[in-house]
Design a protein around this ligand. Structure first.
Ligand SMILES: [Zn+2]
Length: 545
C-alpha cells in the first residue's frame, strides 16, 4: 500500500542526499541489514500462535521459527519491537539465553548448528502492541467497533514492521516457504488471517481458535489479524489455473453494499490474469476482508476500507474520470498480489518494485475495460502527484525506502518504456515473463531493471538511472538553425540516451537524443515540435528569435 518517511534520529551513519541529510541509527542498521546473525539460516516455516484479548488489548503467544542451517553459527537474531516482550526462547525444549539490542534479540544457541539440517526455536512473548494512529500510513493495531458495539480490530504493519506484533526475522529478503497462523479470540468475534481456514475450535473459556494455513512463501508484513463479528460469503472464480476460492468477510451492516461492490473482484482477476498471468496464490485462495482503515495488500487476505465506492475514498487520483470507474482499493491492493506478494523486494529501498508496477496495474486495469487511450490518460493524469523530492530508490541496508514517487513516477516510467519498445505484444510478454521468472521470489531492483532491459531487448540502464535514482526530469532541448533541427537532452544524468517520439508539424518521428547535440536536416525553420505526451519529460525551444 504505502510508503513511509522514517528515521530522523540519533547518531549513526549520515547520508547526504539531495540537500537533505538523514541520520540513521543502530536500530535502522539492525533492522535493515542482513546481519551475520541473520545470514547463516534460511527461513522454512513460521508456526505463529496468539491469543488476543480485546478487553485489555493484550496479545500473548508464541512463534516457532523453523529454519535450515546454511552455515554453522551459534548466535541467531530475532526481532520483536518494544513494548512487546519476550518471555523465553527455547530450542528442543531447553531454555536459551539471549541479549537484547533495541528491538533485536541475539539468541545464544546451545545445540551445534549443522549445515543443511532443519532446526526450530520457539519464542514466547506478550504485550500490548503498538496502536496505529493513522493506519495504514504508520502501522500497528487499529481499534474500532461495529454498529452493534462489537470490537472491530485489525493489524497493518508495513513500514513499521511485522516485528511490531510478532517475533520474526524482520527483513524482506527471506520468506518462510509456508506458515500457520492460529488465533484465539472471544466469542462472537472471529479472526481472519492469511491462507485457508483449516479448523475452528470452541474452547471452554468462551473463546474460539481459528487455524489459518498459508502454503506459499509469504512476506512478513503481509501476515495479518482481522478480528470482528464478520459475516461471510464466498464464490468460485474459474481462472487460468482452474477454480479459485474467493471468500469475503465484512461487517454485518455492510453485507448488501459489499455484495455489490465486491463484484469488481472477478473483474480485477480477469484483467490481471490477462496482463500478468495466473493469480499467484491459488492454493491459498483470495480473500477480501473489511477493515477499519483504508486497505493493505495482505497476501491472500487483501484488506478493504474504501467505503464501498469507486475511486480512492470516492476521489479520482488521476482527475481524468477513469479513476472513478473502479474501486481503487480492490484494484490496487489486489495488484500487489503479483507485485509485492509474489515478486517481493529484497530490500525496502527497492519498494518501487511493489508500488510502480501496482500503480501501473491501475492503468492496465483501465485499459483492459476501457481501452488503451483510457489507460494512458489515467497514468498520465497521475503525474501531477509526482513530487520529485527524493529518488524513487531508497538507501539499501537501512530499512529506508525511496520517495512516494515510487507510485506515480514509477507507473509513468513503465508506461514510457512501453512507448520506447513500441510493440505491445513484446511489452505484454515482458509483464508475463517477469511474473514467471520471479514467481514467489525476493528480488533486487537491479535484477528487475536487467530483466526488463533483456526481455525488451533495449538498453535502458540510463533510463532507470534517470527516473529511479535521480530527481531531475530530462528536458528535450532543441533549436532551429538554418534548415536544421539541433537537439539534445538536458537536465539529465551523464550519457542519458532515451529515444523519444516527437511530431514535427504533422510528421511523427522517433529521435535518439543523447546529452550531446545532434541534428536533423531539411527542417523548415519554425516548424512545430511536439513531444509525445506519453513521455514524462519536458521540452524547450531555445531558438533565438
Ligand atoms: Zn500499494
Amino acid at each position: 500500500m504505502k510508503f513511509y518517511l522514517s528515521i530522523f534520529i540519533t547518531i549513526g551513519i549520515v547520508f547526504p542526499t539531495f540537500a537533505q541529510t538523514y541520520e540513521f541509527s543502530r536500530l535502522d542498521t539492525l533492522r535493515g541489514t542482513i546481519t551475520p546473525e541473520r545470514a547463516w539460516w534460511d527461513l522454512a516455516f513460521y508456526d505463529l500462535n496468539v491469543r488476543f484479548n480485546p478487553k485489555d488489548s493484550t496479545l500473548k503467544g508464541s512463534n516457532q521459527v523453523y529454519y535450515k542451517v546454511l552455515k554453522s553459527a551459534q548466535v541467531l537474531q530475532i526481532d520483536l519491537q518494544r513494548p512487546m516482550q519476550i518471555n523465553r526462547i527455547e530450542q528442543d525444549g531447553r531454555s536459551l539465553t539471549y541479549t537484547q539490542d533495541g528491538d533485536a534479540y541475539f539468541v545464544q544457541l546451545q545445540k551445534s548448528q549443522v549445515p543443511n539440517h532443519q532446526e526450530s526455536l520457539t519464542v514466547y512473548y506478550e504485550g500490548k502492541p503498538h496502536v496505529a494512529r493513522r493506519a495504514p500510513w504508520d502501522g500497528g493495531f487499529v481499534f474500532s467497533k461495529d454498529k452493534a458495539g462489537q470490537p472491530y480490530i485489525a493489524t497493518a504493519c508495513q513500514g513499521l514492521g511485522a516485528s511490531s506484533w510478532w517475533p520474526n526475522k524482520d527483513h524482506p529478503y527471506d520468506e518462510p516457504d509456508s506458515m500457520n497462523i492460529t488465533v484465539t479470540v472471544p466469542q462472537p468475534l472471529m479472526d481472519v488471517s492469511n491462507g485457508r481456514l483449516i479448523k475452528t475450535t470452541e474452547n471452554s473459556d468462551g473463546t474460539r481458535t481459528f487455524q489459518w494455513k498459508v502454503v506459499n512463501p509469504i512476506n512478513n508484513y503481509g501476515v495479518n489479524l482481522n478480528i470482528a463479528n464478520y459475516t461471510h460469503w464466498s464464490e468460485t472464480y474459474q481462472g487460468l489455473k482452474g477454480p479459485l476460492a474467493l471468500n469475503y468477510y465484512v461487517l454485518p451492516e455492510h453485507l448488501e453494499l459489499a455484495k455489490k461492490q465486491f463484484q469488481q473482484v472477478p473483474m480485477m482477476l480477469k484483467a490481471f490474469e490477462y496482463w500478468f498471468g495466473p493469480y499467484p496464490f491459488y492454493e491459498d485462495g483470495y480473500k477480501l476482508v473489511e477493515v477499519p482503515y483504508l486497505g493493505m495488500e495482505h497476501q491472500s487476505s487483501v484488506t478493504y476500507g474504501n467505503g464501498f465506492r469507486n475511486g480512492y475514498l470516492g476521489r479520482d487520483l488521476s482527475t481524468t474520470g477513469w479513476g472513478l470507474k473502479w474501486d481503487f482499493i480492490i484494484v490496487h491492493e489486489s495488484g500487489h498480489e503479483w507485485f509485492a506478494n509474489s515478486i517481493t523486494n529484497y530490500d525496502v529501498a527497492d519498494m518501487w518494485i511493489h508500488e510502480s508496477f501496482t500503480n501501473y496495474s491501475e492503468s492496465l486495469f483501465t485499459e483492459y475495460y476501457f481501452g488503451k487511450e483510457a489507460g494512458a490518460a489515467y497514468v498520465i493524469g497521475c503525474r501531477k502527484l509526482i513530487k520529485n523530492d527524493r529518488p524513487v530508490v531508497g538507501i539499501h541496508n537501512l530499512n529506508y525506502s525511496g520517495s512516494g514517487d515510487m507510485y506515480y513516477k514509477g507507473g509513468n516510467l513503465l508506461h514510457m518504456i512501453r512507448q520506447i519498445v513500441n510493440n505491445d505484444e513484446r511489452w505484454h510478454q515482458m509483464l508475463l515473463g517477469i511474473n514467471k521468472t520471479f514467481y514467489h521470489k525476493t528480488v533486487t531492483g537491479t535484477q528487475v531493471e536487467n530483466f526488463i532491459s533483456q526481455s525488451l531487448n533495449l538498453k535502458l540502464a540510463k533510463v532507470f538511472e534517470q527516473y529511479l535514482h535521480d530527481i531531475r526530469i530530462p528536458v528535450f532541448t532543441y533549436e532551429f538553425k538554418n534548415n536544421e533541427l539541433v537537439y539534445r537532452w538536458e537536465n539529465c544524468v551523464s550519457k542519458f540516451d532515451m529515444p523519444i517520439k516527437v511530431k514535427i508539424d504533422d510528421q511523427e518521428i522517433v529521435l535518439k537524443p543523447t546529452d550531446q547535440w545532434q541534428k536533423l536536416n531539411k527542417i523548415k525553420p519554425n516548424s512545430t515540435v511536439t513531444v509525445d505526451i506519453n513521455y514524462y519529460v519536458n521540452s524547450k525551444n531555445i531558438t533565438k528569435s
